[in-house]
Design a protein around this ligand. Structure first.
Ligand code: AMP
Length: 192
């Protein structure tokens, strides 16, 4: 299986690049943010809990999100591989992802870190808020999401460096140029 973690700050283009990756590499795209937004829309128990965190730009507790991810994977047993978008976001989530994949006789193949300057991230998210009406794409929540990213999520880069799975991607430029860097890396990945 080819299991890719797409990583980067909010607004770094993880969703856009995931859309291109799944078309070329036939992976299942799992975006924990999208799963949560659909739970909120359907007013499920998890959705009702999630809304309070998302609107403040805070992370949901690890145990809730890990259970959710594990359930999503249980529903996709015939997959050729996954692209994990927005997960893991903390070290305990990364450790859990390894365990969950190991239990399924596989592991994370590679991690792609989309690097984008902070000013650019903010203007992309403001523009997305106006275009899609995402409740957390407003300046106050964006600032809190960026703080959370720096304190809780960015340290994961070190975790994947130690696993020799880390790749930095220049996340600015055209969508096609960014994808070209990703394609080169994924084409050289050993599939386990
Ligand atoms: P995203 O669409 O990935 O930017 O996620 C939107 C929001 O969903 C985040 O700001 C968090 O509140 C929540 N969320 C998504 N993924 C996770 C995760 N792996 N751990 C905790 N909270 C998450």
């Amino acid at each position: 299986m080819l299991n890719v973690v797409i990583f980067g700050a909010p607004g770094s283009g993880k969703g856009t690049q995931s859309g291109l990756i799944i078309k070329e590499f036939w992976l299942d795209h799992i975006s924990t943010g999208d799963v949560l937004r659909s739970e909120i829309k359907n007013k499920t128990k998890l959705g009702l809990i999630a809304v309070g965190y998302i609107d403040k730009g805070l992370l949901l507790p690890d145990d809730l999100i890990i259970d959710m991810l594990s359930n999503v994977l249980d529903g996709k047993k015939d997959s050729a591989g996954f692209i994990f978008d927005g997960f893991p976001r903390t070290i305990p989530q990364a450790v859990a992802l390894k365990r969950i994949l190991n239990e399924r006789s596989t592991d994370v193949t590679t991690m792609l870190d989309l690097k984008v300057e902070e000013d650019e991230l903010i203007s992309r998210m403001i523009e997305r808020g106006e275009r899609l009406g995402r409740s957390d794409d407003n300046l106050e929540t964006i600032k809190s999401r960026l703080d959370v990213y720096h304190s809780q999520t960015a340290p994961l880069a070190e975790y994947y460096k130690e696993e020799n799975k880390y790749h930095a991607i220049k996340g600015e430029g055209t969508i096609g140029d960014i994808f070209e860097q990703i394609r080169k890396i994924l084409n050289t990945c050993q599939i386990s």
